[in-house]
Design a protein around this ligand. Structure first.
Ligand code: FAD
Length: 404
């Protein structure tokens, strides 16, 4: 029999391969990825790995021995270049073709490069892979000047890490606040205050014209002609989902590879998960694409069941975290489309925001603060969201009333 083939040996792909065996699938299984590494989780790349507080192999998903013992065949440093759905066959970059019984696309996304003059200069770095992190780390020595292009999560996490390593750090953001796509204005303002308090220079409403340097970057030129000297630039302006393979095979593609609630694409034998896929929101039914650890983890597990015939819908609650300096941020559920937002102040300038629908049921929550109370509070908020019960806004707003 032909194998189940997984394309993309990142977080969701690695998790799905292991979950297929946990679910009892005993047939042939092939995991193909273009990186040279074992599957791994990416969050540490902008945090622990840069701060040397965790070795690179601590983010691996499974070990080489484990894949071998579980008879999960791995092809690494191998790119899949085409899919022929009618023949149920894929083509590798070297021209070899392989048949599949079922196919899972877990191709993730790639960091977007700035389309500006000088983007190809040495020292203009992106951060998506272990290799990217390994190339960035030696550039963040104390006293080095780092310019971060983009005030989103990757840029801000790298800025915080580099600042803690003693670099001079400037963040250049085109918009009028930080991480505007994901965060409410109040939290953007708190992020800004924290970074500035820790010595990061943050410029909002900043337009970049070019990267300058002779072979290697030495300055960023702004639209008004100002030159900002630097040793390294980190471009953190979002990702491009890797959907080209799916689109070329004729699969439905929107802002990601379109899948149904079982994570199946427009072809009945092909599934998709993780950053690359666009799936129906369990609450609104609207197509959504998430770029988060939990989404990769939970969709990787869920799709293993779908591939083996289960028909239940993917319904995990969205959840995201970011750690910057000694602060953490967590988001759970849906923040958009809420009728009412309730604010609960926390000690040390922390805050919890609760998003309620018109019937006062909790839809989403966002927490920000130092220490680890945020994780506990958001876990409780998740339970309150799942309960679906109406909640009194006054109690949510009152720091003295327990969420339990
Ligand atoms: P990936 O993990 O990117 O895996 C996709 C793999 O497929 C890649 O190895 C890619 O090279 C490979 N591939 C693509 N096309 C092909 C092909 N044609 N042939 C073969 N292989 C192919 N999320 C959070 O919730 N919290 C965080 O704090 C957080 N921090 C992050 C920090 C960084 C620096 C980064 C980069 C991400 C972070 N994330 C975080 C996001 C999270 O890591 C991603 O959502 C997750 O990795 C997505 O998993 P994935 O399997 O969909 O994609």
């Amino acid at each position: 029999t032909a194998p189940i083939i997984i394309v993309g040996a990142g977080h969701a792909g690695g998790r799905a391969a292991l979950a297929l065996r946990e679910q009892g699938y005993a047939g042939p299984l092939l995991l193909i990825g273009d990186e040279p590494h074992l599957p791994y989780e990416r969050p540490a790349l902008s945090k622990q790995l840069l701060l040397d507080s965790q070795p690179a192999d601590a983010c691996h998903i499974g070990s080489a021995e484990q894949y071998q013992t579980l008879a999960i065949e791995r092809l690494s440093a191998t790119r899949v270049s085409a899919i022929a759905p009618a023949k149920r066959q894929i083509t590798l970059h070297d021209g070899r073709t392989l048949p599949y019984h079922k196919l899972l696309l877990a191709t993730g996304g790639r960091a977007r490069q700035a389309c500006l003059p000088g983007a190809g200069l040495a020292g203009v770095q992106l951060l998506r892979t272990l290799d990217d992190a390994a190339a960035l780390r030696p550039r963040l020595q104390a006293g080095q000047r780092l310019l971060v292009v983009g005030g989103g999560f990757i840029g801000l996490e790298v800025a915080a890490s580099a600042r803690q390593l003693g670099c001079a750090v400037t963040v250049l953001e085109a918009g009028d606040r930080l991480a505007a796509r994901a965060l409410p204005p109040l939290i953007s303002a708190k992020l800004l205050a924290l970074h500035r308090a820790r010595g990061v220079e943050v410029r909002l409403g900043c337009q970049i014209a070019a990267f300058r340097g002779d072979g290697s970057v030495s300055a960023v030129e702004l639209a008004d002609g100002e030159l900002l000297a630097c040793d390294t630039v980190l471009v953190g302006i979002g990702i491009q989902p890797n959907t080209e393979l799916a689109a070329a095979a004729g699969l439905a593609v929107g802002n990601g590879i379109r899948v149904d609630a079982r994570l199946r694409t427009s072809d009945a034998h092909i599934y998709a998960v993780g950053d690359a896929c666009e799936f129906p929101c369990p609450v609104s039914g609207q197509p959504q694409r998430l770029e988060t650890w939990r989404n990769a983890e939970e969709q990787g597990r869920h799709v293993a069941r779908s591939l083996l015939g289960a028909a239940d819908a993917y319904a995990a609650l969205p959840w995201f975290w970011s750690d910057q300096f000694d602060h953490s941020l967590q988001l759970a559920g849906q923040l958009q489309a809420a009728a009412n937002c309730v604010t609960r102040p926390l000690p040390d300038d922390g805050v919890l925001l609760f998003y309620l629908d018109a019937a006062e049921r909790l839809q989403g929550a966002c927490g920000w603060g130092a220490g680890n109370s945020i994780a506990r509070d958001i876990k409780l908020a998740e339970m309150l969201i799942r309960s679906g019960k109406p909640l009194p806004a006054a109690a949510l707003a009152d720091p003295a009333s327990s969420l339990k």
